[in-house]
Write a protein that binds this ligand. Structure first.
Ligand code: UDP
Ligand code: MG
Length: 315
């Protein structure tokens, strides 16, 4: 039986074959520097390029390289969740597979963990994305933080982090399907600390986060961790109830005490369109919660595993 590694490094990868050789090389060097027992747990999120084939080659040469292959693409957050489930280390790190998160930063995270922190998350000091994406991220993190239901969602911290075994055990017990892992990580609490790093540019290839996937992630954050959407409904409902009460009073006043003629069509049409729009907007928000409830009730698995490599010799 192989003893438990001290550190598990989880790396979700989706079509990253251009980066894998350099990534593995730098990870192995970092493992030497760290001088502790490590496992590198690659979660292949249904890649359709050479990623799995390359990983299998490396895994055949080195038992510390482990692979979970999904049956199809389930998304980054599902891949991170799978990694957290299968990792066996006392400390567990999560990093992207495109070398935007430099492996050489792991020893600094590990040192802070050894000082007694349960979560050490990496904070991005600069971004290399385009202007619009940077603005969107800026707004997103600020709104998420301001509305985070009392949880201090840290600014500009992604999934790149190192967590203690007890934190990961807690996260693994969360049954929810709409997973926003960095939110769950903050929710757990204990001693958490951020450490700044310069986020590198993607080593090769293009981002695997489509706009659709990014929106899904933002939705999982907002609807999973804030009450902001419900608050918007409440505030709007209150404001419009007040306005309509005023409106009704004015109409009655004009009708009863004056001979003023209320030109009807335009104002009525505007009111109908406006309230109709607001109601649809609110219905959309309620619908989003319904969809989430439906997902949770259905209890479908988060992902399906096709292959597991280098796990069989363990207990
Ligand atoms: N990724 C994944 N499944 C997906 C999309 C992305 O496992 O459906 C992985 C990807 O291979 C990378 C990490 O998640 O290792 C972050 O993705 P990416 O670098 O494309 O996102 P960005 O940095 O552009 O936000
Ligand atoms: Mg990236």
């Amino acid at each position: 039986m192989i003893p438990m590694p001290e550190l598990s490094i989880i790396i979700p990868v989706y079509n990253e074959h251009e980066t894998i050789p350099e990534l593995v090389g730098r990870l192995l060097k970092t493992a030497v520097l760290l001088n502790i027992s490590c496992e590198m747990l690659f979660v292949d999120d249904g890649s359709t390029d050479q990623t799995p084939a390359l990983l299998y080659e490396y895994a055949a040469k080195d038992m510390r390289i482990k692979i979970i292959s999904f049956s199809r693409n389930f998304g980054h957050q599902a891949a991170v969740s799978a990694g957290l489930t299968y990792a066996r280390g006392n400390a567990i790190a999560v990093m992207d597979g495109d070398l935007q998160d430099p492996p050489e930063f792991l020893p600094s995270l590990y040192a802070l963990y050894k000082e007694g922190n349960d979560v050490v998350y990496a904070v991005r000091t600069s971004r290399k994305e385009g202007f619009i994406k940077r603005c969107a991220y800026f707004l997103f993190y600020r709104i998420a933080r301001a509305t985070g239901d009392g949880i201090a969602l840290p600014l500009h911290a992604g999934d790149f982090s190192l967590m203690s075994r007890r934190v990961v055990d807690h996260i693994n017990r969360f049954p929810e399907r709409g997973r926003y892992v960095r939110g769950l990580r903050s929710w757990v609490g204990f001693r958490q600390v951020g450490l700044s790093y310069e986020r590198d540019e993607r080593h090769d290839g293009v981002s695997k986060y489509s706009i659709f996937k990014l929106f899904r992630l933002a939705y999982d954050c907002f609807f999973g961790f804030t009450r902001l959407p419900l608050l918007i409904i409440n505030v709007l409902a209150f404001v419009f109830s007040l306005l309509s009460c005023l409106g009704i009073a004015v109409i009655f006043g004009l009708r009863l005490f004056t001979h003023a003629y209320i030109p009807g069509f335009a104002s009525t049409a505007i009111l109908i369109l406006f309230t109709g729009g607001i109601q649809l907007f609110m219905l959309g928000i309620v619908g989003e919660y319904m969809k989430r409830l439906y997902d949770e009730v259905r209890q479908r698995p988060l992902y399906l595993v096709d292959k597991k490599i280098n796990f069989d010799r363990e207990s």
